[in-house]
Write a protein that binds this ligand. Sequence first.
Ligand code: NCD
Length: 334
Amino acid sequence: MDYEPQGAKIVTPNKNVGNMPADHARNGFYGQDILSVSQFDRQKLEYIFKVAHEMRVLVERFGSADLLHGKILANLFYEPSTRTSSSFMAAMLRLGGQVIPINNVQYSSVTKGESLPDTIRTLESYSDVIVLRHPEVGAAATAAHYAANPIINAGDGVGEHPTQALLDLFTVVESLGRIDKLRVAMVGDLKYGRTVHSLTKLLVNYEVEFVFVSPEILAMPEDVLNVVREHGHSFSVTDDVNPVIGEVDVLYVTRVQKERFTDLAQYDRVRDQYVVDEALMERAKRDMIVMHPLPRINEISYGVDDDPRAAYFKQMRNGMYIRMALLAAVLGKA
Ligand code: NCD
């Protein structure tokens, strides 16, 4: 069956998540899809970070809770994932809910040619919330159009990865105590990397200075730069990390997204252009952090892992707390 991808539907009515509990109605997330970071302003971000912090305390003290007891998450991944998929699962399980894991769509009816809308319609009949990763930009918005349950975008091709950006920002606040007045450099594949698209669009809510470091062919797309411009932020663009390393508070490193290249010879030319190693870190500020959404290939050498400024494993752990907060919020239990 053919279907028309829908434009991003940012404001969606409350979906089919049961009667709205009066005391939870005000969080603004109840019954909502999470499709794009443009749904978040500073107030909403602070709310999610506060709940994520509470989730961390909960996990450290008790391991789990029964907040989402009786709720079911359908975890539907059309692209590979380790952290996003398992942290959503862990988040649901730690809150007492259950998960239908579809990590391998080749073993589902997708292989028989089933369309995304039909797959979504099927899963919504068995679950309360659906997490979706898909190779097409706009797939989460399409799914949200068809689903009565909330859809959470876990990455739509080269489009967005909103939950990653939330955990990234949460890690910045936790590590540096603030977001305003920071100089943030994003390095690597800014063209195909959906994490940097979402993170940039989220950071425009704060007073940050952007530095975009990439080979020319992997530059940050104009539509993302336009969001930066519209919010009146200054940014600079370069292909060399050396002149900026000593001046940044956050160095956000990304993998060159091999799977998005049509010409692999082109990939080979840019794959190892940036390697953050101990020598480079010697020239970085004492109180900066190095981030990476992971998986890393060669972009950060293993020698950097023990540097107190390496924040990428912290990001990974924070993913579960942020996703616990989001699941609780959209299901009206935060
Ligand atoms: C990222 C993704 O899938 O976009 N991974 C993740 O979710 N942590 C980054 C990447 O694959 O390079």
